[in-house]
Design a protein around this ligand. Structure first.
Ligand SMILES: Cc1cc2nc3c(=O)[nH]c(=O)nc-3n(C[C@H](O)[C@H](O)[C@H](O)COP(=O)(O)OP(=O)(O)OC[C@H]3O[C@@H](n4cnc5c(N)ncnc54)[C@H](O)[C@@H]3O)c2cc1C
Length: 392
């Protein structure tokens, strides 16, 4: 029987790795690809579906357009991995054996045990979530007036929070909907731990879109009607009444891999991987948001689409190398810059080959579109990328 390679997840990491494996192995091993969805989701543009649900067809690419016919695809939710038996367990009770496993199941939203947060907030990790945010904002706006607007609060001002707030503003303006938007961030600035010039440019654009920003206090509790921000023994928290609350304040590992016997971060359950993507089990590789991929002492790769996409190419090649008994390649993340949308507007920072630190306007908007279009062309086809261009 030929070598069995199993890849879990159809995000950037899984999809990129599948394509590299297919070109590397060319029949040398059997490839099985498992994901809960039969499409590859361009997750870094999924927020577009909040303002415009029809964008769904542009960002969800059917798996058959992505993989070669020789790769077997199994649409199923993974419920566990047994590294001793070398099997992947599925939610229908079945299992798949592997010789080499590549884990790329992304991340889950982190709620940090904050009282009421998980129960009362919406998250944004996929198409269903974007649909639900759209519907909840539309419903809240319908029952509101300009003198008593609905309140949509976004918790967390990272890449997903900023872009979510921007799309709610886009919806509000397109539909003339009476919605107030508040962006709450526990740290001192939007897009924390980033370039101050980029933070300033984003803040200006968010405020220009009428988004109120509250930085410097963490959400401490949530109930059905109110978000409590900050507060302590001697100080009462600020109370924010809300109609819709979207929480994007952090990521953690997927619970389905929490019990598998691999070295993981105790708090988040994200899998420790070397810079060649090998885990504590030499038959298992991990990458993308699922993993903490080492990048030198005390450094790990960032949880971004850009990093997952770059990593996938080397991880796919390394699985092929492991099969052949060849030395593995190490990977170093190459930050090619950041482009963040605020509705139709965008801000770019540190872009490779451009000698301006931060820029916005048409060049940044075009760059944001080009990044999404290039990924879609790479994984699927040029015609699909052209079709998606107007919506990115
Ligand atoms: C709204 C938003 C905006 C973002 N914007 C940017 C941006 O502008 N730039 C950027 O670089 N990054 C951005 N990111 C982050 C980026 O999308 C992630 O870092 C990236 O998707 C990680 O890729 P991945 O392949 O590891 O995981 P994912 O893309 O999340 O893929 C995980 C895959 O695993 C599947 N899966 C999960 N659990 C299971 C299971 N138990 N069984 C089977 N299948 C499973 C999922 O369905 C999915 O196919 C954004 C994220 C969000 C949510």
């Amino acid at each position: 029987m030929s070598t069995q390679v199993v890849v879990l997840g159809s995000g950037y990491a899984g999809t990129g790795a599948i394509q590299r494996l297919e070109s590397e192995l060319g029949g040398e091993a059997e490839i099985t690809w498992v994901s809960e969805h039969d499409y590859h989701l361009v997750l870094h543009e999924v927020h577009r579906c909040i303002s415009t649900p029809s964008v769904e067809s542009k960002v969800a690419i059917p798996i058959d357009e992505v993989k070669s016919s020789s790769t077997e695809f199994v649409e199923s939710r993974v419920t566990g991995v047994d590294v001793d038996e070398r099997t992947v367990e599925l939610d229908d009770g079945g299992s798949i054996d592997y010789d080499y496993l590549l884990v790329a199941v992304g991340s889950a939203t982190a709620f940090y045990g904050i009282d009421g947060l998980e129960e009362h907030s919406l998250e944004l990790k996929g198409l269903d979530d974007a649909r639900e945010i759209h519907e909840r904002v539309a419903d809240a706006a319908e029952g509101a007036t300009s003198s008593e607007p609905a309140v949509a609060v976004v918790g967390g001002a990272g890449l997903s929070g900023i872009q979510t707030a921007g799309e709610i503003a886009e919806y509000r303006d397109e539909h003339d909907a009476p919605v107030e938007i508040v962006l709450v961030e526990g740290l001192d600035q939007v897009l924390p731990n980033n370039d101050p010039e980029l933070q300033g440019a984003l803040r200006r654009r968010l405020e220009d879109r009428g988004i109120e920003i509250k930085c410097g206090e963490f959400v401490s509790k949530v109930d059905e009607e109110t978000i409590y921000v900050g507060g302590g023994e001697e100080e009462a928290p600020e109370e924010l009444a809300y109609d819709v609350f979207v929480w994007t304040g952090g990521i953690t590992g997927q619970e389905e891999i929490a019990d598998c016997d691999l070295d993981k971060d105790e708090r988040s359950n994200r899998i420790h991987a070397e810079s060649d993507f090998q885990t504590s089990d030499d038959r298992v590789f991990a990458l993308g948001d699922t993993a903490l991929v080492e990048q030198g002492p005390d450094a790990i790769a960032p949880p971004t689409a850009q990093a997952a996409w770059q990593a996938a190419d080397v991880a796919g090649e390394n699985v092929a190398r492991a099969i052949r008994g060849q030395p593995l390649k190490t990977w170093t993340h190459d930050d090619k810059g950041t482009v963040v949308s605020v509705g139709e507007d965008a801000v770019a920072h540190g872009v490779d080959g451009i000698p301006i630190n931060v820029f916005g306007g048409r060049p940044a908007r075009m760059l944001k579109k080009a990044i999404a279009a290039r990924w879609i062309a790479d994984v699927a086809s040029f015609s699909r990328a052209i079709d998606a261009w107007g919506d990115m």
